[in-house]
Write a protein that binds this ligand. Structure first.
Ligand code: BGC
Length: 760
């Protein structure tokens, strides 16, 4: 699949022509992030054409008052908006008193590159101004992986023809708004401006949520010995440097900047700490900073890279996905999480969805140290109190916990009743992640220390959420929305009932294990939760009698009660001009249709692979996939994995392509809004769990490797039991190189193999 406007390259994303229609899309694609902050690839200098300005700070949000047509009791008061933060990258340029604005000048040459190997974004432009002056600009930008609060820009303006007075004005600007504000409220309040020498800072606070943020810059000309003229306005401060350049001469600026915020500093320390950081950066120097930043990226690639031989587009795509995941979440801070758009746009708000547990955890678990995955779990543990409050608001009692559909700080902030109140399967993914982490890492301390409390809260929720149906003589779950959001308020969504049943059993079983193996922890948990043996028995009893809709004739689990009453026409028969249906059909037509937004029953088959035979998987895949429209970015990856498990590599590869180049090729025509960060982890899963068939089966790491015929080979590493395991798959077969200290046993196509530690 050839990309439309981006060149293929194994390590870079390259745009080599200036197309104003693509500016917003490229702003998303060339985004930078370092886990603590991130920004769309906005031009530094002013741009009057269509653009979507966006800079974001991890954890900083605004509680935007809920806006709904009709208020329903239980709705959250606010929607947590990922906040567009003050701009620290801005550099205005004027040449002979004419602004350098790519929308207004003639652009003779344009090239931008995102160098994923080194974590750096560069842009080169040659232009002609209205008065005939010709010039070029070059900017190189990175957000330091070593210092989360530091970004750096190397910016050069050169005159190619003529002589010109060049004025270059780097600034920080706090007068920023969100495009998606519900009530057009301002989100920021400007508090103070501070200037000394080459350093300037703004201190602002977010309204209502009261995050204090210092946005700073330190600027220095490296080409000329000039001091900045400082200009201050209400919410902005700028440094002006002016000089006259002859053809062939340039003006080069280094700008260091970024954010310090009150989650990490005392308010009184924000500006002094920023000043110290900036001075240290300037003393270290741009080149040295860039070098250590690039080294930090090389360390990430050392374990996270996937090499694909024989398909540059696929190679570029998988690296783009891995790069963006690492830009979004570094795993250093258990208060942070992975928003569906990361630092690349405003849509979705909040930072945490079930996406984290269901899709992202496997990637971070296998490519980073164990503490990163544990931090993701601990995030939910830290928010257990809020999940209990959230359930109480909806009428649940006795420490039952309902985790939010969308959150920033543990409070629910999603406000569509059919999702907020009904898409409760999210609770299941959170428990499943604890199981998934424990079986992969064999870390036996997480459950007694934290996980069991979460499992108890979740089990109590399910035990109260079911009701007993006398006609069915079973427990049922009424009024839910499954992962397929194209059905709302259904009874007995199979996936929800299945995962609820599993949660009840798993919580009871883990309570028993902890009681036996960690008596002191168990006593503490019992005191806190008043858990009794009788309650665990009751969970098991509910689980054993939980209804799962099933059609005997076709031997099929049904997505929900009554699913077979629908007119089951395959999605392939839908007229192409009506796809995606969510942009062409009325909502009620979608709800009555059989079409499935994303894996629903099949999500259960993905999670609980060991519970079903190959025949059962085939039957359910053949029934549900043709009805699936894959209108969530989270859909193709699960189908790629299941297709690979069935040996159907044609489907597996087709779905892989849909997930891997979703943003680069803009399949959904929405990349301008930001990237689909959480589904990028699904791309990684499609290769590792799909093509390589990695699973933990009965406690053993296992593989069922298959090479897509479009590739010559692929290689990846995972961290397993704290050591790297390299997997190389070529047309000649599969090779495993184990870098651990002691031998391990793995299963390859069901056969046990012992891997000896690698010796060079
Ligand atoms: C999907 C959800 C997902 C959310 C955020 C929705 O379109 O249906 O499953 O949690 O996007 O990625």
């Amino acid at each position: 699949m050839k990309s439309v406007y981006l060149e293929e390259h194994p390590w870079k994303i390259i745009e080599s022509q200036f197309d104003p229609q693509k500016v917003k899309a490229s702003e998303s694609i060339f985004s930078l992030g370092n886990g603590a902050m991130g920004q769309r690839a906005n031009f530094e200098e002013q741009y009057s054409g269509p653009s979507f300005q966006g800079s974001y700070i991890a954890g900083v949000y605004y509680p935007d008052k809920t806006r709904v047509g009709w208020w329903k009791n239980g709705y959250p008061e606010y929607f947590a908006k990922v906040l567009n933060a003050p701009n620290w990258i801005g550099i205005d340029v004027s040449i002979n008193k004419q602004p350098l604005d790519l929308h207004l000048v003639e652009v003779n040459h344009f090239r931008r590159e995102l160098d994923m190997k080194n974590g750096c974004y560069t842009r080169e432009v040659q232009f002609t101004l209205a008065d005939g002056t010709e010039g070029q600009l070059k900017s190189i930008r990175f957000l330091s992986l070593n210092e989360g609060e530091l970004g750096a820009i190397h910016y050069t303006v050169e005159i190619l023809k003529g002589q010109a007075e060049v004025e270059i004005t780097p600034y920080v600007d706090g007068g920023i708004k969100n495009e998606d504000a519900n009530w057009d409220d301002p989100f920021w309040k400007h508090l103070e401006t501070f200037n000394t020498g080459n350093f300037s800072a703004l201190r602002s606070s977010t309204l209502k949520s009261n995050f204090d943020v210092c946005t700073y810059m330190y600027t220095e000309l490296v080409s000329h010995d000039l001091a900045p003229e400082v200009d201050e306005s209400a919410t902005k401060v700028s440094h002006r440097y002016t000089t006259v350049l002859q053809a062939g001469e340039n003006l080069t600026l280094h700008k260091y900047g970024g954010y310090l915020q009150s989650m990490n500093h005392q308010v009184a320390d924000l500006i002094p700490a920023a000043q110290q950081l900036a001075q240290k950066a300037a003393a270290t120097g741009w080149e040295a900073l860039q070098k250590t930043h690039a080294q930090a990226w090389h360390t990430i690639w050392e374990t996270a890279d996937i090499q694909i031989d024989g398909d540059v587009a696929a190679q570029q795509a998988i690296r783009f996905n891995i790069f963006q995941l690492n830009q979004t979440y570094s795993g250093k801070d258990a208060r942070l999480n992975i928003g569906p758009k990361g630092f690349t746009g405003e849509k979705y708000g909040g930072s945490t969805y079930w996406d984290t547990e269901a899709y992202c955890l496997p990637f971070y678990m296998a490519t980073k140290s164990e503490t990163v995955a544990r931090n993701l779990l601990q995030y939910r543990y830290n928010q257990l109190d809020k999940a209990i409050e959230n359930a109480e608001k909806l009428g649940f009692r006795n420490w039952a916990a309902l985790y939010p559909m969308v959150t920033m700080n543990g409070e629910e902030c999603h406000n569509e009743w059919e999702i907020t109140f009904e898409e409760i399967h999210r609770n299941g993914a959170i428990a499943y992640a604890i199981f998934n982490y424990t079986r992969y890492t064999a870390d036996e301390s997480y459950i007694p220390e934290m996980g069991l409390e979460v499992l108890i809260g979740i089990a109590r929720f399910w035990a109260q959420r079911v009701s007993f149906s006398t006609p069915k003589n079973k427990y049922v779950m009424l009024g839910v929305t499954g992962p397929n959001e194209y059905e709302n308020n259904v009874n007995n969504n199979w996936y929800t009932n299945y995962i609820a049943r599993w949660c009840l059993q798993y919580a009871a079983q883990q309570a028993e294990v902890v009681a036996k193996t960690h008596a002191a922890d168990f006593e503490r948990i019992q005191r806190k939760t008043t858990l009794t043996k009788a309650e665990c028995k009751q969970w098991e009893q509910i689980a054993s009698q939980l209804y799962l809709p099933y059609d005997e004739a076709q031997q099929l689990y049904l997505q929900q009660d009554g699913f077979l009453d629908k007119e089951l026409l395959p999605a392939s028969e839908l007229p192409p001009n009506e796809r995606p249906i969510n942009q062409h059909w009325s909502w009620d037509r979608i709800l009555r249709s059989p079409y499935i937004k994303q894996a629903d029953v099949l999500q259960g088959f993905y999670f609980f692979a060991d519970d079903f035979s190959a025949d059962e998987l085939q039957r359910h895949y053949d029934f549900y996939e043709p009805l699936t429209v894959h209108e969530s970015s989270l859909s193709p990856c699960v189908h790629a994995i299941l297709a690979a498990r069935l040996g159907n590599m044609a489907d597996a590869y087709r779905f892989y392509l849909q997930t891997a180049r979703l943003d680069l090729d803009d399949y959904n025509k929405e990349v301008h809004e930001g990237l689909h960060i959480t589904s990028m982890a699904g791309t990684w899963m499609s290769i590792v769990e799909g093509f390589a068939g990695m699973q933990i089966q009965q406690g053993i790491l296992s593989f069922r490797p298959q090479l897509p015929k479009q590739w010559k080979a692929f290689t990846f590493k995972i961290l397993y039991k704290k050591a790297p395991l390299e997997v190389q798959l070529t047309t000649a077969g599969c090779q495993f190189i184990w870098h651990g200290k002691a031998p391990i046993s793995i299963l390859v196509d069901g056969e046990q193999q012992t891997l000896q530690p690698y010796t060079a």
